[in-house]
Design a protein around this ligand. Structure first.
Ligand code: FES
Length: 322
């Protein structure tokens, strides 16, 4: 069973109730209703979206999940190449600041009845895994938590990690190399569910190594905290929607999903960054150019389906089952 969660999209009017340092270039923020009202519940792995000044929306994983929350707790690292989000949080928010927040959504659900879970976080990617570790610990489930950082000075959320007896820290510099993903995956029980959140390269290695170790895709869970390095398609092409009976041009820089929606055709989606699988569509004809992190290499080669939020076309025309 997965602790799936969908949310309303009506923003909550909250305020920053506290800010505290949380390690290298990172702050911990508590967001609460000014009158102390209960907040919509959050399942382990869920995130909220902050509606920041200047029309910037940013997703941040919740460090604490639960059905009876009076605060959302998030950690925000100042990104050296910030596109505006982390700088707006670090420089613009102070205790008492008003902030619009979209309620929790969960694109990284925890399988709550797994016999064993292995949680691997890199850097700020540790945040959703802390909420999972808390849930697993509270419910007496077997799990391991691995937190990988470049060095001890790069350690984040040390007090939170201290509270998890199962947590193991890895420092690249002290260990003489990156976190041993392959060995950790190989050592996990065969029926374990594996989770990873961290830099894109780490997640891509995690997926490849878990598959190479013979793990079932259903047991491999991951969440990017930024879109995968591959972006939306660059060139223009045509999509024919077989069920709707229309043909649409997809211009450079637009996703198929955007074009289809603009034409009034309903299409499912969730993450809109190629990581959840919600926008998968069957390909009837043509060659997709896959940019998602959902389909296996074999599925991508076969090209029978594609994620229309991020993938494009190698052929001039695609015929889709839409
Ligand atoms: S909406 Fe998540 S993969 Fe496309």
């Amino acid at each position: 069973m997965e602790s799936q969660q969908k949310s309303s999209t009506n923003p909550l009017s909250l305020h920053v109730s506290a800010i505290a340092p949380a390690g290298a270039d990172t702050i911990l923020l508590r967001l609460a209703d000014r009158d102390g009202a209960m907040l919509p519940p959050a399942a382990p792995g869920a995130h909220v979206t902050l509606l920041l000044p200047g029309g910037i929306d940013r997703q941040y994983s919740l460090i604490e999940a639960g059905d009876a929350l009076r605060e959302y707790v998030i950690a925000v690292r100042r990104e050296p190449n910030s596109r505006g989000g982390s700088a707006a949080v670090h420089d613009g928010l102070r205790p008492g600041s008003a902030i619009g927040v979209l309620p929790p959504r969960n694109d990284f659900p925890l399988v709550t009845d797994a016999r064993h879970s292995v949680l691997i976080g890199g850097g700020i990617g540790i945040t959703p895994l802390l909420s999972m570790a808390s849930w697993l610990g509270t419910h007496g489930r077997a799990f391991d938590l691995h937190a990988a950082f470049a060095s001890r000075p790069a350690l984040l959320l040390a007090d939170r990690l201290d509270r998890v007896p199962q947590a193991r820290l890895h420092f690249d510099d002290a260990a003489g190399g990156p976190f041993p993903l392959a060995a950790t995956i190989a050592a996990a029980p065969r029926d374990a569910h594996l989770y990873c959140c961290g830099p894109a390269a780490m997640i891509q290695d995690f997926i490849a190594m878990a598959r190479a170790d013979g793990r079932d895709d259903a047991a491999i869970h991951f969440e990017y905290f930024a879109p995968p390095p591959a972006a939306a398609p660059a060139g223009s092409f045509t999509v024919a929607l077989a069920r709707s009976g229309i043909e649409l041009a997809v211009p450079p820089g637009k996703s198929i999903l955007e074009v289809v929606r603009a034409a009034g055709i309903a299409a499912g989606s969730s993450c809109e960054q190629g990581t959840c699988g919600a926008c998968e569509v069957r390909v009837i004809e043509g060659i997709p150019d896959h940019f998602d992190a959902v389909l296996s290499p074999k599925d991508k080669r076969e090209g029978k389906s594609m994620m229309i939020c991020c993938s494009g076309a190698l052929s001039d025309r695609l015929v889709l089952d839409l």
